[in-house]
Write a protein that binds this ligand. Sequence first.
Ligand SMILES: *Cc1c(COP(=O)(O)O)cnc(C)c1O
Length: 318
Amino acid sequence: MKSLQEFPRIPLAVLPTPIQKLENISRLLGTNVWIKRDDLTGIGLGGNKVRKLEFLLADAKRQGAEIVFTTGGAQSNHAMLTAACAKKLGMTPILILKKRGVTERKGNQLLEYLMDTDVRFMDTDSYDDIYAEMDRVGQASGKKYYKIPCGGSNAIGALGYVNCMKEIADTGMHFDYVCCAEGSGGTHAGVALGAKLFMPKTQVVGLMVDSDPFEIITTRIMQETAKLLELDFVPTESDVHLVNMCGPGYAIPSPEGNAAIRMMAANEGLFLDPVYTGKAFAGLIKLAREGKFKSDDNVLYLYSGGAGGLFAIDVDLG
Ligand SMILES: *Cc1c(COP(=O)(O)O)cnc(C)c1O
């Protein structure tokens, strides 16, 4: 196995992020619920994408890129954090976003405006159209450019979450379960692979907030990451455990997600968001109520950020 140290990485996040026990919610759910504060990664409004960008932007720098492209929906946290991190490193971010979701100057659109970011919209549902547009714009610029896929979810990005699992293992704490939101697959892939390497007794659960075929997507990213790390095993679909919490659709609030947001806010003073972390935490609540966790289990919820999205919803949270 290659060591994580062998991969170029630019420190962007404040690490390690804290692990805290949610005392009130533990009492309510009858198990020990802990939270990994990846909302506190220390740039933008924090969030999981910063860990991926440490590796992705290091790769971009190594290749001499001046322009960094990425994509997502109008309120993509990943796109906002890519802009923040690229600007901090002196690169020029260009966001080519799907014209889907709240495009007004609210939430992450406001933050991108404040960072003076080049944001363009394409009225398409196909990321292939957008990646082709990146090549067109990049080539026309005459500069070296680097394309980061939607969510930063490829093998290089997933290294950020392999690294996160090492960080958790290094605390010496034991967790029976680690639960994380799944929107494009890179986080879950890194967490699941990291668990196999550093916390083999821990079961990882991906809580889907979109309804893409994540058994296939997550397995593929895990396999590509395993190859990058030169591991002597090939992850399979049996390494991927999913619960579908998407509800009415990606980025459309669900009643369960809204209830989870209120439960967390009222009991712990933390604010989840309607697109990712609320729906994902609703999955943890559902599993607890179904009796999946024993009273002495330790369940770690990966709080992946997303604050920007809470201020850009065009429906009320019921
Ligand atoms: C992107 C995102 C996720 C999901 O991570 P993926 O690696 O895309 O699956 C979870 N929570 C928040 C707040 C995000 O922005």
